[in-house]
Each structure stands twice: as structure tokens, then as C-alpha cells.
Design a protein around this ligand. Structure first.
Ligand SMILES: Cc1cc2nc3c(=O)[nH]c(=O)nc-3n(C[C@H](O)[C@H](O)[C@H](O)COP(=O)(O)O)c2cc1C
Length: 152
């Protein structure tokens, strides 16, 4: 390994959490718009998915900024039980055109929707992160497809 990760390196946090209540699609849209505005100011990008009271979010940006944002999101009273599926440095952004894109699970293939469910249901017991990487990569690819980021 080289030198310690400088805090301004490009970083990614992927987590899932549970909404306390069923949320209206309008509320989710407003949350994504508001998040997008805030995130663009901080050079943070990502994607948000809400389905059956489950939130799934990819956050990309500089490490310090992401830790600050993730801490704030965790305090948000609309959800609970956030657990990280992935955290680490990345070479390039997957959602560079969005402060916070909103993905619809309806745009996923059945296989990818099943993969999403299995990752989220495995929850905090996911264990070894390296074993997860290929599944996360596949999920990211379906998110990119769902929001039309494939060509970037
Ligand atoms: C699932 C979820 C994801 C969120 N994602 C973001 C985000 O990416 N960026 C953001 O600024 N706020 C996000 N929030 C909202 C923050 O928790 C917080 O309400 C917001 O940062 C406060 O900013 P405001 O005062 O501009 O509304 C999220 C909230 C939830 C429940």
C-alpha cells in the first residue's frame, strides 16, 4: 500500500436504511432535489433509490465531505438503521452528472432487482467487503443504466 489516503481523495459511501413510514413519491422527489442542490455545492454526486421503505444511496465526493454528510443523513428522523454496504476510495465517479440522481427500481431487470433485495436484506451481516465488490459493481451498473449514465 502507498501513503495513507489523503482526505481529499475521491471517495464513495454506499449505504442502506429504512424509512419510519411509507413515503410519498413526491416527498422522495423533493428530498432528491434538495439533496442535489446541497450536494452540488460540495461537489458531491450520487444516486438515491427508495422502494418499500428501503433507502439505498450512493454518495461520491471528497472523503471529509462525505463523512460530514453521512453523519448528518444518519441523524435524519425520516429513517433509521443505516448500514454501509461499501466505503472506500474510487478512481472515478459513477454519477458525475448528478448532485443526487433518483433511480426507480422499475428500471432494473428482475435479476438486478433481486440482487438489490438480497444485498439489502443481508443487511449489516454482510461481512467481508471484498466478497461484496462484484455484486456492488453489478448493482452500480444497473443504477447507471436506470439513470441514463451509461455513456459517461
Ligand atoms: C435517505 C436520505 C438521504 C439523504 N441524502 C442527502 C444528500 O445526499 N444530501 C443532503 O444534503 N441531504 C440529504 N438528506 C437530508 C439530510 O438528512 C438533511 O435533512 C439535509 O442535509 C438538511 O439540509 P437542508 O437544511 O438544506 O434541508 C438525506 C436524507 C435522507 C433521509
Amino acid at each position: 500500500m502507498g501513503s495513507p489516503n489523503p482526505n481529499n481523495e475521491l471517495y464513495c459511501i454506499i449505504y442502506s436504511s429504512t424509512a419510519w413510514n411509507d413515503m410519498l413519491s413526491d416527498d422522495i422527489r423533493m428530498l432528491a432535489i434538495r439533496s442535489s442542490e446541497n450536494n452540488l455545492d460540495k461537489n458531491i454526486s450520487g444516486v438515491l433509490l427508495y422502494h418499500d421503505r428501503t433507502f439505498f444511496q450512493v454518495l461520491e465526493g471528497h472523503e471529509n465531505d462525505l463523512h460530514v454528510l453521512y453523519d448528518a443523513i444518519q441523524q435524519d428522523k425520516r429513517h433509521y438503521g443505516a448500514f454501509k454496504l461499501y466505503e472506500g476510495s474510487i478512481k472515478r465517479r459513477n454519477f458525475s452528472n448528478w448532485g443526487m440522481a433518483l433511480a426507480d427500481i422499475g428500471a432494473f431487470s428482475q435479476d438486478d432487482a433481486d440482487l438489490f433485495r438480497s444485498l439489502v436484506d443481508a443487511g449489516p451481516q454482510l461481512g467481508d467487503q471484498s466478497a461484496m465488490t462484484s455484486r456492488i459493481d453489478r448493482l452500480i451498473a444497473s443504477f447507471r443504466k436506470a439513470v441514463g449514465a451509461e455513456g459517461d
